[in-house]
Design a binder for this molecule. Structure first.
Ligand SMILES: [Zn+2]
Length: 454
């Protein structure tokens, strides 16, 4: 069924619900258009096809009427997506009472690529009811090929207050659908793919650390929609080594923000270890590259349809990817000032959690691979990292990791974090666990610079 047919149906069903079970004749005729009837056609709305719909559009009496929001036996009332980072979606109720959630793709410019998979919304339903939610529209196009994200959706998180989250398993269904069964402990429950980290969370962090003499927050540009992009410096810029981290190029991937927050808090702890770390290295961070996508609850691309972890093999486009252009100009100013980073990390979430080590044809590739192997060893030693690294980089050309290595000679690496499971802890990921990873990363960087001396 196409989108417009479903929308028109949902509208009609909701109106019917508001009017009670006895439908006026005029409404009944809209639900069962006569052959040749032109009232819907005049509105350019395709005639629904009842045989393929999960709804029953032409119910003739109350007993056969499909479930709908507000029904006592389902308890379901509404899905609210009116808040920060909520994901765009639409929904309908199937005959079996399940809530069919259709995520909305975001699209890449001049490419067949599209992405859905982020979800963050608030369910409103009767306390004590048990809801079944099915996610649809998971047929992403990735690197030009159809690639459903359904088999990467294994866990969700739920929260009554939007602060304290608990994991819930997702169940794979045929035809790339995914099911979530949610008991309602209260009348309102937030549901998200990973523990959210919103713009307001970042603002809260920056407000808390601004003013610390070890911190400098520098505006470096603006997103497509005019949100300010910042580079946060932690420590002394004259320290012997320099590390750079970028998080949140892809808006659904909140894990990187939790890692960065944990690392920043560790470095600002004002204890002997923090002094040792900051005597060895200075950290620069772009904490949230795709702020527009985070605000709107998108999955992958920026507001102009650009993938911010692509096209790093050439100068950034200031019109279409100002988020990358701002970072590139900042990096070039650092290099001009003699402060080229010794290590750059690009943080992401996926269903695997690997370290992505690029292998572009550069002089010194073998030495770079040795350094990255040492870095991986230290991650295993000091954090719960066990997932391992890529052995070739096919299919992910022109990431920040590859582009910075090739164009600027910077040791750069893309670090994915498994959004479903932490193998090293045998447990679900949470914001707190990712923060803990960031805290331990402070030690990893210290030992890496101290022993490898890049
Ligand atoms: Zn990503």
């Amino acid at each position: 069924m196409n989108l417009f047919a479903t929308w028109s149906l949902r509208l009609v069903v909701c109106v019917a619900g508001a009017l009670g079970q006895t439908r006026p004749a005029a409404l009944e005729s809209r639900l069962s258009p006569r052959p040749g009837s032109s009232d819907l056609a005049a509105l350019d709305v395709p005639t629904p096809a009842p045989s393929t719909s999960p709804l029953v559009p032409a119910a003739k009496n109350a007993a056969a009427a499909p479930p709908k929001p507000g029904d006592q036996h389902t308890g379901f009332e509404f899905i609210d997506t009116s808040f920060e980072n909520a994901s765009p979606l639409w929904y309908e109720i199937a005959d079996d009472g399940s809530i069919q959630v259709h995520l909305v793709y975001d699209h890449e410019r001049t490419s067949p690529n599209r992405a859905a998979g982020h979800f963050h919304f608030q369910i409103q339903a009767r306390t004590g009811s048990k809801l079944t939610i099915e996610f649809k529209n998971l047929d992403n196009v990735y690197n030009g090929r159809l690639a459903s994200v359904a088999n990467e959706l294994k866990t969700a998180v739920v929260s009554e207050n939007g602060r304290d989250w608990s994991p819930l398993p997702l169940e794979g269904l045929p035809e790339n659908r995914v099911r979530l069964t949610v008991p309602m402990p209260t009348s309102k429950l937030f549901v998200a793919r990973v523990e959210p980290y919103r713009l307001s969370d970042l603002d809260h962090l920056l407000t808390a650390i601004r003013g610390n003499p070890l911190v400098e927050i520098t505006p470096v540009g603006k997103t497509i929609e005019g949100r300010e992009l910042e580079i946060v410096r932690i420590g002394d810029p004259k320290a012997p080594y320099r590390a750079f981290i970028r998080a949140r190029a892809h808006p659904w991937e909140a894990g990187g923000n939790w890692v960065v927050q944990g690392l920043i808090h560790r470095l600002l702890k004002d204890d002997a270890d923090a002094k040792r770390f900051l005597g060895c290295y200075c950290l620069w961070v772009m904490p949230m590259a795709n702020k527009d996508g985070v605000a709107r609850g998108l999955t992958r691309f920026n507001a102009a349809g650009k993938d911010l972890n692509r096209d790093w093999d050439r100068p950034s486009d200031p019109q279409l990817a100002p988020e990358n252009d701002a970072l590139e100009k900042w990096l070039e100013s650092m290099i001009t000032a003699g402060r080229r980073p010794h290590l750059a990390m690009e943080l992401h979430n996926d269903g695997s959690g690997l370290l992505h080590i690029s292998r572009p044809p550069i002089p010194g590739l073998a030495r770079y691979l040795e350094r990255m192997a040492a870095f991986e060893e230290l991650l295993r030693k000091h954090t719960w990292f066990t997932e391992g690294s890529t052995k070739d980089s096919s299919g992910n050309a022109a990431t920040l990791g590859e582009g910075w290595l090739e164009r600027y000679g910077i040791d750069a690496v893309v670090h994915e974090f498994n959004c479903n499971w932490i193998a090293g802890l045998k447990d679900y990921p949470t914001g707190r666990r990712w923060e803990n990873y960031g805290e331990r990363l402070a030690t990893v960087l210290y030992e890496y610079f101290g022993t490898v001396k890049p």
